[in-house]
Design a protein around this ligand. Structure first.
Ligand code: CAA
Length: 259
């Protein structure tokens, strides 16, 4: 429960909470929103990398009130503490929430350990539930007129991917969760959408064997992997008033992969 005074002042200077903001797509989203003039709360389970993102924002966007925190999205306590910290510091909830916290534990189905399945579901799917719930509760109790919750899914949640039975299940799950949240939260002015990246150049794809990357790149119609900033651009659209009549959808940012 939230114990601080709440005073939501609308979207002119949005307050953005970015989960998984320490690297990859999450970091690019932080940079994009800071460029838009937002105050960005960088949350990552790796506090050091969250702080590195914060340093980049503070260097490039002086005078904006950003903050960074170490948060485990799979822990209800940890997520609620962050939401309370936001209220205490900014006296309003974040009107934009981007969830890019995700992990992989790739292995073939026939060899995957139960624990590798559970870990990925805990962070990617349960984490999305916990933070969507916490962020929307804060917006509803503040009586905010508007909010936009954006979850980074994956193209593989739709089409599957060799070696990713756990990850693709979690990413299919977040799309279902998002559509349901969109139905339930529309009456409070909160929109919920997904972006579905394809293969993007990040620390996550750095772990993929080169022969697999070559195979995948050869079937991407646009002929290359994507950049984190290209996913961040789609998030910026979903956070903005330009998408005000859009909720419950998934936007693929995949260079045409699997169309
Ligand atoms: N697509 C197509 N073929 C794949 C594949 C994939 N995703 N993953 C593995 N293969 C193929 C390999 O190319 C290889 O083919 P050949 O026998 O013709 O050489 C065969 O499967 C066996 O692969 P490995 O030799 O690599 O087997 P391994 O036991 O050493 O490793 C693995 C297995 C852990 C699954 C490893 O192959 C791997 O990490 N694959 C990549 C899985 C992947 O695509 N992950 C995406 C991460 S990025 C992400 O998740 C972001 C997103 O949203 C898309």
């Amino acid at each position: 429960s939230v114990s601080c005074r709440v005073e939501h002042s609308g979207l002119e200077k949005p307050l953005v909470v970015q989960w998984g903001g320490g690297s990859g797509i999450g970091r690019a989203v932080c940079q994009r929103f800071a460029t838009e003039g937002a105050s960005v709360i960088v949350a990552d389970r790796n506090e050091e990398s969250a702080n590195q993102t914060l340093e980049l924002l503070s260097r490039d966007h002086k005078g904006q009130d950003h903050m960074a925190l170490g948060v485990d999205v799979s822990s209800k306590d940890s997520v609620e503490k962050l939401v309370t910290s936001i209220q205490c510091r900014y006296f309003q909830p974040a009107s934009v929430c981007v969830n890019a916290a995700g992990i992989t534990q790739d292995e073939f189905l026939l060899k995957m350990e139960e624990d590798d399945f559970d870990k990925v579901i805990e962070v990617n799917l349960k984490g999305t539930f916990l933070l969507t719930q916490a962020v929307s509760k804060a917006l509803v109790s503040a009586g905010s007129a508007k909010g936009s919750i954006i979850t980074v899914g994956s193209i593989v949640g739709k089409v599957g991917n060799v070696g990713q039975v756990n990850y693709s299940a979690s990413k299919a799950g977040v799309e279902g969760l998002t559509r349901t949240a969109a139905k339930e939260l529309s009456k409070f002015g909160i929109r919920c959408n997904c972006v579905l990246p394809g293969f993007i150049t990040t620390p996550m794809t750095d772990k993929v064997p080169e022969k697999v990357i070559d195979k995948i790149t050869s079937i991407i119609p646009m002929g290359r992997m994507g950049e984190p900033a290209e996913v961040a651009d789609a998030c910026a659209f979903l956070a903005s008033d330009d998408s005000r009549y859009i909720t419950g959808v998934s936007i693929e940012v995949a260079g045409g992969l699997f169309i």
